[in-house]
Design a protein around this ligand. Structure first.
Ligand code: SF4
Ligand code: ZN
Length: 286
């Protein structure tokens, strides 16, 4: 709890009277996150609401949602579930079929859809902050993924502080940025918090899995490597802000509004609308 509070202070994650939407999938990170946020929020004039996203993954998500519901009921807080089907017209499983056999790994579609669904859900319920359970290991993996895809600028632009301003965007914050997966599992077990233990059936396709393996192997020699990577990421972001390249209105980064949905994005369409366009063109061509 102290560690999370320290992260919250370091990155100035919350303000007084924030309405905090916590993304709860039912996995260990989000179940522990909800517990920690409810306990920390007791001392502050803010409100915590749980939101879940049903991606439509057969034999997996329904079980996770049960744990998410149990977690929200434990604290008697509001809990809203939104689905890919309502938001995008397709379950993830159906979308993957429509995208065809030469599609990218499932997470490349699920990730942008879920980010948008969470943002829209947070906006619909009037939240001022969206909290996700990304932990230190996830954050380090993301930095490595950006590096290996030749897209380290993404890390330079990803501000861990909630400073981005746009009418359709709810700032996303990650109180577990400095908390490891091991600590989260330990917290869940010590506090008897039940969570979904099965992994998503699509996780085997994920590029992230390779980064996880590399880090796990290296951590035998240096268990602090994830924190070193996060420090490098913070330094890179700081460097970007010094040269004026991380603000949406400064430097050579142009933030536009998506032609499809109006969300802020770098190109003509946001990631989700690009996927929807791809699905629609596949449907037209078959
Ligand atoms: Fe979605 Fe990939 Fe996570 Fe499965 S592992 S829920 S497909 S992002
Ligand atoms: Zn869009």
């Amino acid at each position: 709890m102290r560690k999370v509070q320290k992260t919250i202070n370091q990155y100035k994650l919350f303000e007084r009277n924030d309405i905090i939407a916590v993304g709860v999938s039912g996995g260990k990170d989000s179940v522990v996150l909800l517990d920690v946020m409810v306990k920390l929020q007791e001392k502050h004039p803010s409100k915590v609401i749980a939101i879940s996203i049903d991606e439509g993954i057969e034999g997996y998500r329904q079980d996770g949602l049960k744990y998410a519901t149990m977690a929200a009921e434990r604290y008697g807080i509001e809990h809203y579930t939104f689905s890919f089907e309502e938001e995008f017209g397709h379950h993830l499983d159906d979308a993957l079929v429509l995208l065809g056999s030469d599609r990218k790994p499932a997470c490349s579609y699920c990730g942008p859809f879920r980010r948008k669904a969470l943002n829209d859900a947070a906006r619909k319920i009037g939240a001022t902050k969206l909290v996700t359970g990304h932990n230190a290991d996830d954050e380090a993996q993301t930095v490595l993924m950006n590096l290996m895809r030749g897209d380290l600028l993404k890390t330079l632009h990803s501000n861990p502080e909630p400073k981005f301003k746009h009418s359709s965007f709810v700032n996303r914050v990650k109180p577990f940025r400095k908390t490891t997966e091991q600590e989260i599992v330990l917290y869940a077990n010590l506090n008897n918090l039940p969570y979904q233990e099965e992994s998503c059936p699509h996780a085997v396709e994920a590029f992230r899995g390779h980064m996880k393996n590399i880090l796990t192997e290296y951590m035998v020699h240096d268990p602090t490597v994830v924190f070193a990577i996060i420090r490098s990421s913070d330094a890179l972001h700081h460097l970007g802000s010094l040269v004026g390249d991380t603000s949406p209105h400064k430097g050579n980064r142009v933030i536009k509004e998506c032609i499809g949905c109006g969300d802020p994005c770098n190109g003509d369409f946001c990631g989700s609308c690009r996927i929807i366009n791809e699905i629609n063109s596949n449907i037209k061509n078959t």
